[in-house]
Design a protein around this ligand. Structure first.
Ligand code: NAD
Ligand code: DAU
Length: 353
């Protein structure tokens, strides 16, 4: 029986991926996650009695545990989602980003390489290591620059994006030097269910509903290219199935929006779906101090994956955002659990100083 191993499958994209995978396929998943502040077993509660899902609480730096898992379960692929993922946290404390994104990816690659090299030739050629990365490795764009392609030079600007760039380079080197069959995906901003409310969209939805301020860094003119998370999951499945080892694929939603546009759209949806007694949610918007080194614009040219692997996003920003706001309106228990933990310390550090 084939199976796959996923790292970081209790986080936002990883959990969406595991849930989608087990809906689309019968193939089992080993889900290895350290359960940092961003990892949440409530994301996986619907899999509690599903024998196809095996959760392992471990760090990707723990090579001994990983080695045992690979040897026992012989996965046909490793999909690497685990990372420290929040730019603002990387500005306050970059060390964890180096430890997980750089050292952790290196430890994972080393253990996977040793496993892969000992597979028989059929399994060896079938095996894939899929590395999930970000468009932030390409740096920032001016308003009239063309979007990032797979050949855009790396120019990471934050400790987060620099650590992801380092991990991408390691993955590339393991293919080039050892022949490990790697696939790298560089994706734009995801949004959707299970998104931790430190990131813009879920933060604005939860703050708006709690009557709190909606903090916009600087003038809110920065642009991001939004991708609904289940579209991202479908793209990853497609790359795993048909991607060419050693290649990278950019994944984006063709949805460039300024931060101000995004926040207005959320307020307008909430005004429609859960109107306030007086006024609009837009009244809660506040401009706050800007993020240091704030990248102006990200935009993905996703034509390679469309041309070569026949993937394109199913959701527009309007349909995806409506689903997302609807999900948060229907999942108060999930949100309350997330907000009650260490999250409060983060909010004090980032927004009260
Ligand atoms: P997330 O922060 O929501 O989740 C990360 C998960 O990794 C958590 O479950 C956490 O517990 C786990 N983890 C962290 N350190 C670990 C370690 N040392 N060992 C094992 N597990 C560990 O992140 P996300 O938003 O789901 O992002 C997933 C991946 O996608 C990341 O690699 C990120 O760089 C990339 N990415 C994210 C976005 C986005 O918009 N969220 C866009 C492009 C790429
Ligand atoms: O582009 C892909 C990247 O998208 C991923 O690699 C990262 O893991 C993911 O966190 C995301 O990074 P961003 O920095 O773009 O996402 P964030 O949600 O933190 O911010 C989106 C934009 O909104 C950014 O321009 C900063 C702004 N912002 C964010 C927050 C949290 C605000 O204006 N106010 C806020 O309170």
């Amino acid at each position: 029986m084939h199976m796959i191993l996923v790292t970081g499958g209790a986080g936002f994209i990883g959990a969406n991926f595991v849930l989608d995978w087990l809906t689309e396929s019968q193939e089992s998943v080993i889900n290895l996650d350290k359960l940092t502040y961003a990892g949440n077993l409530n994301n996986l509660v619907s899999l509690k009695n599903d024998p196809r899902h095996l959760f392992i609480h471990a760090d990707i730096n723990d090579s001994e545990t990983l080695k045992k898992l690979l040897s026992e379960y012989q996965p046909r692929a490793v999909l690497h989602f685990a990372a420290e993922s929040h730019v603002d946290r990387s500005i306050h404390g970059p060390a964890a980003f180096i430890q997980t994104n750089v050292n952790g990816t290196f430890a994972l690659l080393e253990t996977v390489r040793a496993y892969w090299q000992n597979l028989d030739s059929d399994k060896k050629s079938m095996f894939r290591f899929l590395h999930v990365s970000t468009d932030e490795v390409y740096g920032t764009l001016e308003a009239d620059d063309p979007p990032f392609t797979e050949t855009t030079a790396y120019a990471p600007n934050s400790p987060y994006s620099a650590s992801k760039a380092a991990s991408d380079h390691l993955v590339r080197a393991y293919h080039h030097t050892y022949g490990l069959p790697t696939l790298t995906t560089n994706c734009s901003n995801n949004y959707g269910p299970l998104h931790f409310p430190e990131k813009l969209i879920p933060l604005v939805i939860t703050n708006a509903r709690a009557g709190k301020e909606l903090p916009i860094y600087g003038d809110g003119s920065q642009v991001r290219d939004w991708l609904y998370v289940s579209d991202h999951c479908a793209a990853i499945r497609r790359v795993l199935e048909s991607g060419i080892p050693g290649e990278t694929y950019n994944i984006g939603g063709w949805n460039e929006k300024t931060n101000l546009n995004v926040v207005h759209a959320i307020c307008d949806l909430l005004d429609e779906l859960q109107p306030k007694e007086n006024g609009s949610y837009r009244d809660q918007i506040r401009h706050v101090k800007d993020r240091p080194g704030h990248d102006k614009r990200y935009a993905i040219d996703a034509r390679k994956i469309e041309r070569e692997l026949h993937w394109k996003p199913a959701e527009s920003f309007e349909t995806g955002l409506r689903k997302t706001v609807g999900w948060y309106l229907s999942n108060d228990v999930w949100t309350e659990q997330v907000l009650s933990g260490d999250y409060k310390n983060w909010v004090n550090l980032q927004y009260q100083t």
